[in-house]
Design a protein around this ligand. Structure first.
Ligand SMILES: CC(=O)SCCNC(=O)CCNC(=O)[C@H](O)C(C)(C)COP(=O)(O)OP(=O)(O)OC[C@H]1O[C@@H](n2cnc3c(N)ncnc32)[C@H](O)[C@@H]1OP(=O)(O)O
Ligand SMILES: N[C@@H](CCO)C(=O)O
Length: 367
C-alpha cells in the first residue's frame, strides 16, 4: 500500500557497552533515532546529521527537537523516497538531543558528565550506530548519506563496515580534517572556555556559558556561508545606528548575532566542544596505512559531493576523496553543488542535491 504521508517514529536504543577509540568504555549508551517509513521496506537508507542537527530529518516539528533539516529531500516520492525505503537517522553520540552525551548522568555521582565525558571520534559515533542497528535488527544499508559531520560519518561507515554499506554519499566533508578547519573549531572552543560561566564545564546547576557559545556560532556562521552571499545580501549596509558610536551595527553583524542567539536556545556548550573535537579527529587514514588504503576497504559505490563556495571543507578536499578512491579501485563519482551559499549549501540548495541524488541512484541502479 502506498502511503501519501510521511510517518515518523522516534525511538531509543540502549547499547550495554561501547568501547571507544581512546580506550575508554561508556556503559548504557543511548542512541536516539527517527524512522521514516516501514522497517519492512525493501531496504534501509541511513541518514547522518551534522554538528547541531538532530535525528529529526523531515516532517512537522517534534517537541524538544530542532526543525527538520532535509524535509524537501526525505518523504514519499522525494529523492530519499520513504515509499521505497525505510529511512533512519540516529542522533549522534555526544549531541544534546537524546543520545548519550556530556549532559548524561555520570555513574560516579549521577550528575551530568560535563568535561568528564570521554573524548570520542567519528568512528565511535559510527560504531555506536552500528551496534544500535544490530539491536534494531538491521544488517544491510542500501545507502548511508550525510553532509559535513554527517558526511564524515557516511565515509567512516563505508570504510568500517564495507559488507553492510552498498552505497555511500559524502557531502561537503573531507577524508580528514585539514588544519584550517581545526583552527576555526579551536577559536570557537576557546570562546566557550573563556566565558566565566563555563566553569570548566560544570555549569549545569548555574547559568550556562551562553555568551561563549553564541560567539562560537557567530564565527561558525562565517565559515558556513561565503563572501559572495554576504556581498549580495548585505554588502556594507547598516542595520541600525552609527557604527562610529558603537551603538550601530552592520547587517552582517546583526546576522551573525542572530544566529548566535538562536543556537544558545537549543544547544549545549559542552556538547559543542566534544562534537567539534570529534570533527578535528576525523581522519579515515589514521591507523589504516593512509587515506588510499582506508578507501580501498570500501565495498560499495561512493558519491562525494563538493560545494563550489565551501570555505570550511573546500570542494578540492571533497574531490580528493574520489580521485584517491578511484586509484584504490573503488567505483567512485564526484558531483558538485554550484552555489554561493557556502558550506551550508547542503541544507539550502536542495533542488540541486535532489538532482544529484536521483542521478546517483540511476547510475548505481538503486531504482
Ligand atoms: C544538517 C544538520 O544536521 S544541521 C541543522 C541545520 N540547521 C541549522 O543549522 C539551524 C540554523 N539555521 C541555518 O543555519 C539556516 O537558517 C539554514 C541553513 C537552515 C538556511 O539558510 P538560509 O536560508 O541562508 O537562512 P539564513 O542563514 O539567512 O538565516 C535566516 C535567519 O537569519 C535572519 N536574518 C537574516 N539576515 C539578518 C540580519 N541582517 N540581521 C539579523 N537577522 C537576520 C532571518 O530573519 C532568519 O531568522 P529566523 O531563522 O529566526 O527566522
Ligand atoms: N549548519 C549546520 C552544518 C554545519 O556543518 C549545523 O549547524 O550543523
Amino acid at each position: 500500500m502506498v502511503s501519501k504521508f510521511l510517518e515518523e517514529t522516534i525511538g531509543m536504543v540502549e547499547i550495554p557497552e561501547l568501547h571507544l577509540e581512546s580506550g575508554r568504555v561508556l556503559k548504557k549508551v543511548r542512541q536516539a533515532y527517527a524512522v521514516y517509513g516501514s522497517l519492512d521496506a525493501r531496504g534501509v537508507v541511513l541518514v547522518c546529521h551534522a554538528l547541531t542537527g538532530s535525528h529529526h530529518v523531515a516532517g512537522p516539528d517534534v517537541p524538544g527537537l530542532p526543525e527538520a533539516w532535509w524535509d524537501p529531500l526525505v518523504g514519499p516520492g522525494k529523492a530519499i523516497d520513504t515509499e521505497r525505503f525505510c529511512v533512519l537517522c540516529f542522533n549522534v553520540l555526544g549531541s544534546p538531543y537524546g543520545s548519550t552525551s556530556p549532559l548524561s548522568p555520570c555513574d560516579d555521582d549521577g550528575r551530568p558528565y560535563g568535561m568528564r565525558f570521554p573524548v570520542f571520534s567519528v568512528r565511535d559515533m559510527v560504531k555506536a550506530q552500528h551496534e544500535a542497528l544490530k539491536i534494531i535488527g538491521i544488517e544491510k544499508l542500501e545507502c548511508v548519506i550525510g553532509g559535513s559531520l554527517g558526511g564524515m560519518q557516511a565515509l567512516e561507515w563505508a570504510v568500517m563496515f564495507p559488507e553492510a554499506v552498498k552505497r555511500s554519499v559524502v557531502i561537503a566533508a573531507p577524508a580528514f580534517t585539514y588544519p584550517q578547519a581545526i583552527a576555526f573549531n579551536e577559536v570557537q572552543r576557546q570562546a566557550i572556555m573563556a566565558d566565566p560561566q563555563w566553569r570548566g564545564g560544570d555549569y549545569y546547576d548555574s547559568a550556562p556559558p551562553e555568551r561563549g557559545l553564541a560567539i562560537a556560532r557567530m564565527l561558525a556562521m562565517i565559515t558556513y556561508r561565503s563572501e559572495e552571499t554576504f556581498v549580495k545580501r548585505y554588502m556594507r549596509e547598516l542595520a541600525f545606528g552609527a557604527p562610529w558610536d558603537w551603538d550601530g551595527k552592520f547587517k552582517i553583524e546583526t546576522y551573525i548575532h542572530h544566529h548566535g542567539e538562536k543556537l544558545v536556545q537549543r544547544f549545549d556548550a559542552n556538547c559543542y566542544l566534544y562534537l567539534t573535537r570529534a570533527m578535528d579527529l576525523h581522519d579515515i587514514g589514521e591507523g589504516r596505512g593512509g587515506v588510499k588504503k582506508a578507501l580501498s576497504m570500501i565495498g560499495g559505490q561512493l558519491l562525494a559531493v563538493g560545494i563550489s563556495s565551501d570555505l570550511l571543507f573546500p570542494n578540492w578536499q571533497v574531490e580528493g576523496i574520489v580521485s584517491e578512491a578511484r586509484e584504490a579501485g573503488v567505483e567512485a563519482f564526484y558531483d558538485e553543488i554550484e552555489s554561493d551559499n557556502g558550506h551550508d549549501a547542503f541544507l539550502i540548495d536542495l533542488d540541486q542535491l535532489d538532482d544529484i541524488l536521483r542521478g546517483f541512484w540511476k547510475r548505481t541502479m538503486l531504482y
